[in-house]
Design a protein around this ligand. Structure first.
Ligand SMILES: *Cc1c(COP(=O)(O)O)cnc(C)c1O
Length: 554
């Protein structure tokens, strides 16, 4: 047998022929990493073990010391360096409650690994057939879940919920003015979203050249959903002044409070105003980046209750279903798998009800000399803003297959259950705290604390407080942010300085500062809630005590 020649540069690559020696070398490097992370784990705190001092000139030092080595180092040594990056990194233990930063599941990670093993380019099925196949499957699976007709819908994986909002806007512009792609965007186009919407649309308005001044913010109800009467009013104003509404983003699951816009009501408002002014109906995008996964409850039979959810969870599911069943009324939507889909970053799926909408933003064959439009290859995503694309669809496919509908229902149901326990105990045991999103059903609780005798949440939103009162309450909450933030290695809460705007007696609107408990770790269980409340209670009592002493001294 002839000995095949090897070259020194091949050592960095997986084998060509599937030989066992290379496989075991590769596997042991992977094991080194997984074991290394396991050694850093500490289930009773948030951060991984290890020292990391980010104080002082941390980043400046990195800049001055970093340079590429002349000769490369053995991969085992490099692995050790990689593991050092993870020292003291936040990890999704039972005490991780911040925003929507999930753990990557094993199926999600394995899907990524599968994609990396062939490293196809999802731009074209000639370069990345596996990614194309998974993308078509996942698009169909999620279309059916959302209530779209998978035969006529379309979609692709993209760079985040923000990418989906952006592409929705590109389609909206192209629908209203096909020539805009060549000639630029008409200056009288307007877009709408609620005050509780994600800033993705704001950025998209900048990026398309429409300008954020043409983004109209619609008022929200107390449950953070869009006030469609205000939408009607504002669309009407725009139309009366010569503007054309092209795009409405209905947020189906706001990022903080998990308020859900009623897409059906948004559509009927849009149709009514468009009809009155003899205009086409604007493109409606459901920004379901976060909340889209609640559609897994759409077919859950709450009477049968096959998964034995508690009455509280069932109540939440009913309320969620009421809104989510209208998801398919949107012209496009999004599933951020990196949020509730349990896959690694970046795995977002953009869906359009009508696949032909993608053609509106596709490139002309003449403009794509490198790929597509050949006698071979049937799947070329010339309509994406990206050129090369990762095959993140494979990770989504893996998660969908491994979790199944039931798996997602169980996981989301567990998040809801933990949150219900949290809400009940927070109110019962911490008299200084009010819940800011009591009418929202989901895994997030926003809470705000109050100094003794100060006006409470109900007073604040009545518009009858003074600026000084609201600002004083904000200052106390900021103290709590600082205290919880300094100890975030113990329990990691979120916070926001712009929850909602409360009116005042003086007329000014003041944003309310709130802390956030977001259930996102599969390791947080209802039985952990009493300790979480103990911890909060202690910290809240501390900041209140100090705050009142300072105020008395003044
Ligand atoms: C997270 C989020 C986004 C942005 O998604 P990325 O994946 O971070 O780009 C947009 N809209 C909503 C409602 C979100 O929750």
């Amino acid at each position: 047998m002839q000995q095949s020649k090897t070259s020194d540069v091949q050592k960095w690559f997986p084998s060509e022929d599937g030989n066992a020696a290379k496989r075991s070398e590769f596997l042991s490097l992977i094991e080194q990493l997984i074991r290394g992370v396991d050694d850093l784990k500490h289930p009773d705190q948030v951060n991984l073990k290890g020292e990391k001092n980010r104080e002082g000139l941390f980043y400046e030092k990195l800049i001055s010391e970093s340079k590429i080595p002349v000769s490369g180092r053995p991969m085992e040594d490099v692995n050790e360096e990689l593991l050092k990056l993870l020292h003291s990194h936040p990890y999704h233990t039972k005490y991780f409650f911040t925003n929507i930063l999930p753990m990557a599941s094993i199926p999600g990670i394995l899907g990524m690994l599968t994609a990396f093993m062939v490293n196809g380019n999802n731009l074209w099925d000639v370069y990345g057939p596996a990614g194309a196949e998974a993308e078509v499957k996942v698009t169909a699976m999620m279309s059916k879940l959302a209530g779209y007709d998978a035969e006529t819908s379309g979609g692709y994986t993209t760079w985040g919920g923000q990418g989906a909002v952006y592409t929705g806007l590109r389609i909206a512009i192209a629908k209203m003015s096909p020539s805009a792609l060549k000639e630029g965007v008409p200056g009288n186009f307007y877009a709408f979203c609620s005050e509780a919407a994600h800033y993705s649309l704001y950025k998209s308005m900048e990026a398309t050249g429409l300008g954020s001044d043409r983004l109209i913010k619609v008022k929200t109800h107390l449950d953070h959903s869009m006030d469609t009467d205000d939408l009607r009013k504002k669309m009407r104003e725009v139309c009366e002044n010569g503007g054309i509404p092209v795009y409405i983003v209905a947020t189906t699951g706001t990022t903080d409070a998990i308020g859900i816009d009623d897409v059906r009501a948004v559509r009927s408002a849009a149709e009514e105003i468009a009809g009155d002014f003899d205009l086409p109906v604007p493109h409606i995008h459901a920004d379901s980046a976060l909340g889209g996964f609640f559609a897994f409850f759409n077919d859950y039979d709450v009477d049968e209750n096959a998964l034995s959810f508690s009455p509280g969870v069932l109540g939440m599911i009913k309320a969620i279903k009421d809104k989510m069943q209208h998801l398919h009324e949107a012209d496009s939507l999004c599933f951020d798998f990196q949020k509730l889909g349990q896959t690694p970053y970046v795995t977002s799926l953009f869906l359009v009800k009508n696949a032909n909408d993608l053609k509106r933003i596709d490139l002309d064959p003449e403009e794509t000399p490198y790929v597509g439009h050949r006698g071979y290859g049937d799947y070329h995503t010339g309509y994406t803003l990206e050129c090369s694309r990762m095959a993140s669809s494979i990770s989504m496919y893996s998660a969908l297959m491994a979790f199944g509908r039931e798996g997602y229902q169980k996981l989301l149901g567990q998040f809801l259950e933990v949150n219900l326990h949290f809400r009940e105990q927070l109110i019962r045991r911490i008299p200084q705290a009010d819940i800011m999103n009591p009418d929202n059903h989901g895994m997030s609780t926003l809470f705000r604390i109050y100094p003794e005798g100060a006006p409470r949440f109900a007073d604040e939103i009545s518009g009858q407080c003074t600026v000084q009162e609201l600002e004083r309450n904000n200052r106390l909450n900021e103290k709590l942010f600082e205290k919880l933030g300094a100890n975030r290695d113990k329990m990691f809460f979120g916070d926001t300085k712009k929850h909602l705007l409360a009116g005042t007696r003086e007329g000014a609107e003041i944003p309310l500062y709130v802390s956030k408990f977001f259930v996102i770790s599969p390791y947080t269980l209802p039985e952990h809630v009493p300790q979480i409340i103990d911890y909060l209670k202690e910290n809240i009592e501390d900041v209140c005590r100090q705050f009142e002493t300072v105020t008395v001294m003044k």
